[in-house]
Design a protein around this ligand. Structure first.
Ligand code: GAP
Length: 562
């Protein structure tokens, strides 16, 4: 995914491919490989000058809209929401209570020959992308007699030629004279049967054990084993079992562990939410697709605490509110979808009947399918109950609902029933989003090929999210223009991320701003000195208009909004 331009013909119009998006991110300083000068490190990414502004804008929009100004809930009341900022390393008992120490694992397989490790559930996709499978499929399909008849002899021929180099540990490469069974298609089967072909070359068709080969070298893979995704470290000078700790795999548990602190020290009352943004770490077996599946990433999470009997309304509220929020920041309708989970997808904390849905974006690498941006889950009272038990706090972690108590007293409910019902573990609706996946979705959505622009592409971020809001340019670097432009720049830069540049022809400066996704440029020219107006250049329409020099601040405030 790292070549500069994935178009075969350098003069052909740029297309919206992942390779081209990754290349632009590198070239313009949105995203770099972590530790690139040492060859990088798999699953870790850095944000450059433009990327950090974009990601900050996303997180700030989230904090502003969800934590500071969350609007009204399904009960018509203004939503109560506060924030916390918890540590990455917590007492390891947290992860025993949450279930992560025992159960936060992915199935992985190891190659017995080259020792590479893969997620068992990603294997088929990895194989489809692998060099040797591409070459094998090409050899067989180029020489097939019809859409359903494959001449298996081409498999043997491939094995002694290209296969030797590309997949030296593959069964058929080591046993090239093997008698291969003819292919008998299922009725109606069209195209090359990938599974059948892979089992054939791995020798597992005969063994009756459908084990797929290694995507790297073709070697034999082990049976799947569970692999815990939490990173471990040691706290203090002694490295022992007792000092072992984990880097948090989700920010949510910091919120649950502080539930009592927050209710004791602030005026929040159920229903209310606690929000947190911050880093999370997962030792993903196969990090892939640029920043989509990283080993270090940032989450934006809300744990929303409610009375158990209001779960349905609040779940529906958050599911729809979060879906609409992603739309409001510029992810277009057809690339965004809301998907309710099937029963077999429920997480360990969600009980049957409790809602769980994903907000998904159609990334170029998932298309025509979608990839998860955010999960909205009814976590029941699982986490608070677990922490009550494991911390020894027991019922002290329950919430005392004074409002409910007063209401029941007014209804003449028996004292014992009031005592039992007004103290409870609230249920939780959790909207949990990824800041890096959100940033990636914004980058993919903004990437708009346009052959009429010098670089062939314009990044159409919504003004609110754009890393640079405006370029402020003197038309030429003389005649008093730089002084006026610099003064305007100094006035605006405290409020907005703006750029001042006096070098190069104005067209080149505009072109740079197209690739950075800057929605407006203000140009100071000869007329500015006479009539105190500037030219506004609009990124998307390429239209130009003149406004008063003293109106630029108000113009930006209106366009950026939020
Ligand atoms: N507290 C619930 C929780 O952590 P999750 O679905 O595992 O749920 C929530 O993660 C969000 O975090 C995902 O929707 C995704 O946006 C982001 N995320 C999870 N794993 C990630 C990874 N390896 N790389 C980047 N983002 C990730």
């Amino acid at each position: 995914m790292n070549q500069p331009n994935s178009n075969a013909n350098p003069n052909a119009p740029l297309t919206k491919t992942m390779d081209n998006i990754v290349a632009l991110c590198r070239r313009k300083g949105f995203v770099f490989q972590s530790s690139e000068i040492y060859g990088g490190i798999n699953g870790f990414w850095d944000y450059g000058p433009l990327g950090v502004e974009l990601k900050r804008n996303l997180k700030e929009a989230w904090w502003h809209d969800i934590v500071r100004c969350p609007g009204r809930g399904p009960d018509g009341k203004i939503i109560d929401m506060v924030g916390v900022d918890c540590t990455i390393i917590m007492n390891p008992k947290v992860w025993v209570a949450s279930g992560h120490a025992a159960g936060f694992a992915d199935p992985m397989v190891d190659c017995r020959a080259c020792k590479s490790r893969f997620r068992a559930d990603h294997l088929l996709d990895l194989l489809k992308e692998s060099k040797w499978v591409e070459s094998l499929v090409l050899a067989v399909s180029e020489n097939q007699a019809s859409n359903v008849n494959f001449d298996v002899a081409w498999v043997n021929r491939w094995a002694v030629n290209k296969g030797k180099k590309l997949a030296p540990n593959l069964y058929i490469v080591k046993n090239p004279v093997m008698n291969l069974p003819a292919y008998s298609p299922d009725s109606g089967q069209q195209g090359l049967p990938m599974n059948w072909l892979l089992h054939l070359v791995a020798g597992s068709h005969a063994a009756g054990k459908p084990i797929l080969p290694c995507p790297d070298c073709g070697g034999e893979l082990t049976e799947p084993r569970q692999f815990n995704l939490m990173f471990q470290t040691y706290v203090g000078a002694v490295q022992s079992e007792d000092s072992m700790a984990y880097l948090r795999p989700e920010t949510a548990q910091g919120i649950f562990a502080n539930f009592k602190n927050v209710t004791d020290t602030s005026r929040v009352k159920v229903p209310f939410g606690i929000a947190q943004t911050g880093k999370a770490f997962r030792n993903e077996v196969t990090p892939r697709n640029f920043t989509f599946r990283s080993r270090e990433f940032e989450q934006m999470e809300i744990e929303f605490f409610i009375r158990p009997d209001t779960a349905k309304e609040w779940y529906a509220y958050w599911r729809d509110a979060r879906f609409n929020w992603w739309k409001s920041i510029g992810l277009a309708g057809e690339n965004l979808q809301l998907r309710e989970h099937d029963k077999d997808e429920l997480a360990h904390y969600a009980k049957e009947g409790a809602g769980t849905s994903d907000i998904e974006y159609r990334f170029p690498f998932t298309a025509p399918g979608f990839g998860e941006l955010e999960g909205v889950a009814h976590r029941t009272d699982f986490d608070l109950r677990q922490h009550a038990e494991h911390s020894g706090l027991g019922d002290k972690l329950k919430y005392f609902d004074q409002e409910l108590q007063v209401k029941m007293q007014g209804q003449g409910v028996a004292k014992e029933e009031i005592a039992a019902k007004s103290k409870y573990f609230p249920h939780v609706i959790e909207p949990s989003a990824g800041a890096d996946r959100g940033t990636l979705a914004l980058l993919c959505e903004a990437f708009t090929p346009d052959p009429s622009r010098p670089s062939g592409v314009v990044m159409k971020f919504k003004p609110r999210l754009a890393p640079i809001k405006a370029g402020i340019y003197p038309l030429v670097n003389k005649d008093g223009m730089p002084e006026v432009a610099e003064k305007l720049y100094m006035e605006l830069r405290g409020r907005y991320a703006v750029e001042y540049d006096e070098k190069q022809a104005i067209g080149k400066r505009y072109a740079r701003m197209d690739e950075s996704g800057t929605p407006f440029c203000f140009t100071i020219d000869g007329d500015t000195l006479k009539d105190q107006t500037v030219t506004v250049r609009h990124r998307d329409t390429l239209q130009q208009e003149r406004i008063g020099l003293d109106k630029v601040g108000a113009f930006l405030a209106e366009k950026i909004g939020g």
